[in-house]
Design a protein around this ligand. Structure first.
Ligand SMILES: Nc1ncnc2c1ncn2[C@@H]1O[C@H](COP(=O)(O)OP(=O)(O)OP(=O)(O)O)[C@@H](O)[C@H]1O
Ligand SMILES: [Mg+2]
Length: 263
């Protein structure tokens, strides 16, 4: 793990109050994520993974505990953190190019020409050359997710949160996008990634560490370092012996939590 902490989740609990009473979504979560680290999070549905990201970006407040960033506690939206949500949320009335430049415009980064150049470069890197003038409805699911990621990466946030970004995609598209994400991350040293997924293969293939969360209320059950060297070949990594034994080990934990959820 990196020496410097980017994000620290310190004793965080989050309760939701509704007409059916109180629901503890997260309970006493402690997690330190190093600057430049790529951390993946897996856990059964409903264990609070999205809630954890919403807390880290500052969309919601913890009921207990604190969030720290770069050695300081914070509250409210953290503008150093970019968030790629599960749904693509692309603006249907803006072209691909103008979806990508949106975050730059909001942050008053560069001139119009600079923003356009940066967006076109990134679209090129993710294989979307020629689609800058398209609208959301003219793109496939995989293309939308590429734009979704690129428009967050465009303004170079120091920390990027991704909530099951490749969930609805087919296997081929998933692998391509995993490969792409790793390359984008590696070309931005120091960028921290927190990536949520349902797919354990994806979690191990991408992560420096895999966090396994326990069923409701969500807690950190176990954290597994991934000792696979980088750069990684996403297309063949699952055949690696280290990968396979780690997969079996983590799966045993995850399966137990999934049984708790359904029993
Ligand atoms: N705004 C909210 N109001 C009330 N309850 C909420 C709210 N957001 C989340 N919850 C509850 O908190 C729990 C955790 O939800 P969350 O969306 O974080 O789970 P998750 O691990 O992301 O699940 P999935 O894997 O299905 O996406 C769930 O029981 C959910 O119903
Ligand atoms: Mg979720």
């Amino acid at each position: 793990m990196a020496d410097r902490a980017a994000v620290e989740v310190r004793g965080v609990s989050r309760t939701f109050r509704g007409p059916r009473g109180e629901m503890v979504a997260l309970k006493d979560v402690n997690l330190t994520i190093g600057a430049g680290e790529f951390v993946t999070v897996v856990g059964p549905s409903g264990c609070g993974k999205s809630t954890l990201l919403n807390l880290i970006v500052g969309l919601i407040e913890p009921t207990q505990g604190e969030l720290w960033y770069a050695g300081e506690p914070y509250r409210g939206i953290n503008h150093d953190i970019g968030y790629v949500t599960q749904a693509d949320n692309l603006f249907p009335w803006r072209t691909v190019l103008r979806n990508v430049t949106f975050g730059l415009e909001m942050r008053h980064i560069g001139t119009r020409k600079d923003r356009r150049r940066r967006a076109l470069e990134l679209l090129d890197q993710v294989g979307l050359q020629g689609f800058a003038g398209h609208y959301r409805h003219e793109l496939s699911g995989g293309m939308r997710q590429r734009v979704n990621i690129v428009r967050t990466i465009a303004y170079n946030p120091k920390v990027i949160l991704l909530d099951e970004p490749f969930g609805p995609l087919d296997v081929q598209n998933r692998l391509q996008l995993q490969d792409l994400l790793l390359r984008l991350w590696q070309s931005r040293p120091g960028t921290t990634v927190i990536f949520i997924t349902h797919d354990l293969t994806e979690a191990i293939a991408l992560g420096d560490r895999v966090v396994v969360m326990s069923a409701r209320p969500g807690r950190v059950r176990e954290v597994f370092p991934v000792t696979l060297p980088r750069p990684r070949d996403i297309y063949t990594i699952h055949t690696n012996q280290i990968f396979r034994s780690l997969y079996d080990k983590v799966w045993a934990h995850l399966a137990e939590e999934m049984r708790v959820t359904t029993s």
